[in-house]
Design a protein around this ligand. Structure first.
Ligand SMILES: Cc1cc2nc3c(=O)[nH]c(=O)nc-3n(C[C@H](O)[C@H](O)[C@H](O)COP(=O)(O)OP(=O)(O)OC[C@H]3O[C@@H](n4cnc5c(N)ncnc54)[C@H](O)[C@@H]3O)c2cc1C
Length: 470
C-alpha cells in the first residue's frame, strides 16, 4: 500500500471505529507482527480492534472496497503462522471482544465473544458446576475465536474430543461484511449443509468469528491423576495399549521423552527420575467409584508393563504437582536455546512408538536437538526443535528435519497437523496429504466464500497456484 492509499484507508476506517481502535504507529503495530511460530514475522500497516460484530462488518466492507487483505487475530499464540500479517494488509484483532455473554444452565450452553480467553470460559463454567473440556496448553492466553479457527485440541482430547465437539453455534462475518449465525442451541439439527463445521478449523480464511455458542458438560465428580515412568518408550506404549484394551478411556494420556523429562525436572523440580526414557501422565475422571477402580487398574497395568515408578496423587494439590510435569514441558524446553519450534504431527496410536523412534533418528541424521512430548492417547506428538533462528546453516538442517518428520508421519497414515493448523508453516505439505481432488475442493470452497481472496490470503494454500486434475 502506498502512503496515499494507506491514508485514504485509515480515514475511512476512522469513520466506523473510534480513534483508539486503530493503531498505525510502528511501535504500536509491532506486537501484532508475529504469533507463536518461530521465524515468521511481517509488520502490519494497520491494526484495528473492533468492539462489536457491526464494527467488524464495517471494517470488512471497507477492506473489500479498498481490496485490502484482512488477517483475523485472537491472542496470537498460534503455532502455524496463521495470524502473521500479510504484506499491505490490515490485522483485525478480536481481543477487545472478550465478554462472556450468557451461561444457560438449562440448555448447558455458554455464549462468548470471540476474543474471550479460553481459561475464563473454563472458569465461568466451573463456577456453575459445569465443564468446558478443551484445554489447549495455551488456554490461559488463547482466545475462543482462535480455538475455533484452529479447531484446537488439548490434554483432555482422548476422552472429550476437541473444540469442534463443543461448538453449537457461531456468529461469523463474511468477506463482504454480511453477519450470519450458523447453528443454535438445539441438540439435534440437520437442516441443510453444516456450515458451522466448515468455519471450524478454517484459520481465518473463510470469515471472521465474532461469537461462539459452546456446549457444556456437567462437571465430573472426581478425578485421579497418575504419573508413571518407564525405561523405554516401548514399555510406555505397551501400557497405553493395555489401558485402552482394558476399555478404559482416560481423560488425559500424555507422554514426555527422556530429554523433556530432564528439562522439566531441571525447571520445575517435581521429583521425576532423570534416567527414565518415557513418562506417562494419566488422568481419569467421572463417578468417584469408577474413577477409583480405573486408577487402581491403570496402576496395575503400568506396573505389569514394567513401569519403573508409578505415583498416584492422593490430593488435589498432588494432582496439580504431577500435571505440572506435562504442563510445563514447553516452557522448560524453551529455556534451552534461543528458538523453540513446536512441531505437531499425528499418527494412528499404534504407530506412535515407531514415530518417536523415527524422530530420534531424524534428529541424529540432521544433527539437530529435538525433544518430544505430546498426547499419547491421540497419537499426537510435538517434536520440539531447539535451535537458533539466527544461525542460517542450522536452520537449513532444521528445515530438512521438519520435512523428514512430516513425511514420516504421512508414511504411517498420519496427518501433517493434529491441532496447530496449516497456516504458513505446513502449507507446502497439504496437497501431499490430501491429494489433488480434495485439495481442489478446499480451494473451490475458499473461492465461493471469499471470491477476491481478502481473508488471510496465502494461509493454508496459495490460490495463485494452478489447480491440478487427477
Ligand atoms: C505454549 C503453547 C501451547 C499450545 N498448546 C496447544 C494445545 O495444547 N492445543 C492446540 O490446539 N494448540 C495449542 N497451541 C496453539 C495455539 O494456542 C492455538 O492454535 C490457539 O487456538 C490459538 O488461539 P489464538 O487466540 O492465540 O489465535 P491466533 O494465534 O491469534 O490465531 C490463530 C488462527 O486463527 C485465526 N483467528 C483467530 N481469531 C479468529 C476469529 N475470531 N475469527 C476467524 N479467525 C480467527 C487467525 O487468523 C489464525 O489463522 C499452543 C500454543 C502455545 C504457544
Amino acid at each position: 500500500m502506498n502512503p496515499a492509499q494507506l491514508e485514504s484507508l485509515h480515514r475511512e476506517l476512522a469513520t466506523v471505529l473510534p480513534g483508539d481502535a486503530i493503531l498505525h504507529r510502528r511501535e504500536d503495530v509491532l506486537p501484532y507482527g508475529f504469533d507463536g511460530t518461530a521465524a515468521v514475522k511481517q509488520s502490519p500497516q494497520l491494526v484495528v480492534l473492533p468492539r462489536t460484530a457491526q464494527e467488524v462488518s464495517a471494517v470488512l466492507k471497507i477492506a473489500a472496497r479498498h481490496q485490502v487483505p484482512v488477517v483475523a487475530r485472537g491472542s496470537g499464540t498460534g503455532l502455524s503462522g496463521g495470524s502473521v500479517p500479510v504484506p499491505h494488509g490490515i490485522v483485525l484483532c478480536l481481543a477487545w471482544m472478550d465478554r462472556i455473554l450468557e451461561l444457560d444452565a438449562q440448555n448447558l450452553t455458554l455464549l462468548a465473544e470471540a476474543g474471550a480467553v479460553t481459561q475464563k470460559i473454563f472458569e465461568r463454567a466451573d463456577a456453575a458446576g459445569l465443564f468446558y473440556p478443551p484445554d489447549p496448553g495455551s488456554m490461559k492466553v488463547s482466545s475462543i475465536g482462535g480455538n475455533v479457527a484452529e479447531n484446537a485440541g488439548g490434554l483432555r482430547g482422548l476422552k472429550y474430543g476437541v473444540t469442534r465437539n463443543y461448538v453449537l453455534g457461531l456468529e461469523v462475518v463474511l468477506a463482504d461484511g454480511e453477519i450470519c449465525w450458523l447453528g443454535n442451541k438445539c441438540v439435534k439439527d440437520v437442516a441443510g449443509y453444516n456450515l458451522r463445521d466448515l468455519f471450524i478449523g478454517s484459520e481465518g480464511t473463510l470469515g471472521v468469528v465474532t461469537k461462539v455458542l459452546l456446549r457444556l458438560l456437567p462437571k465430573p465428580a472426581a478425578r485421579r491423576t497418575l504419573l508413571a515412568t518407564f525405561a523405554s518408550m516401548e514399555a510406555a506404549a505397551e501400557s497405553v495399549s493395555r489401558i485402552i484394551a482394558a476399555k478404559i478411556v482416560p481423560c488425559t494420556l500424555e507422554f514426555l521423552d527422556r530429554k523433556t523429562i530432564n528439562c522439566v525436572e531441571a525447571f520445575a523440580h517435581v521429583g521425576l527420575p532423570r534416567d527414565a526414557a518415557a513418562l506417562l501422565l494419566i488422568e481419569t475422571d467421572g463417578h468417584p467409584v469408577a474413577v477409583e477402580e480405573e486408577a487402581t487398574l491403570i496402576e496395575a497395568i503400568c506396573r505389569a508393563a514394567l513401569a519403573t515408578q508409578v505415583t498416584r496423587a492422593a490430593t488435589l494439590a498432588e494432582s496439580v504437582r504431577l500435571a505440572t510435569a506435562r504442563r510445563s514441558a514447553f516452557s522448560a524446553l524453551a529455556r534451552l536455546r534461543p528458538t523453540t519450534i513446536l512441531e505437531d504431527v499425528t499418527v494412528p496410536r499404534s504407530e506412535l512408538a515407531s514415530m518417536i523412534r523415527e524422530v530420534e533418528a531424524v534428529a541424529a541424521r540432521h544433527q539437530v536437538e529435538i525433544a518430544t512430548f505430546g498426547h499419547f492417547g491421540d497419537g499426537n506428538l510435538h517434536p520440539t526443535i531447539l535451535t537458533d533462528e539466527r544461525d542460517a546453516a542450522e536452520m537449513h538442517r532444521v528445515e530438512a528435519a521438519i520435512c523428514d518428520i512430516v513425511r514420516a508421519a504421512l508414511a504411517r497414515g498420519g496427518t501433517i497437523s493434529g491441532e496447530h493448523g496449516v497456516g504458513l508453516a505446513k502449507k507446502r505439505f497439504l496437497r501431499e496429504q490430501l491429494g489433488d481432488a480434495n485439495y481442489r475442493l478446499l480451494r473451490t470452497l475458499k473461492r465461493a466464500l471469499d471470491p477476491t481472496g481478502l481473508l488471510n490470503p496465502g494461509k493454508i494454500f496459495d490460490l495463485r497456484e494452478p489447480d491440478r486434475h487427477g
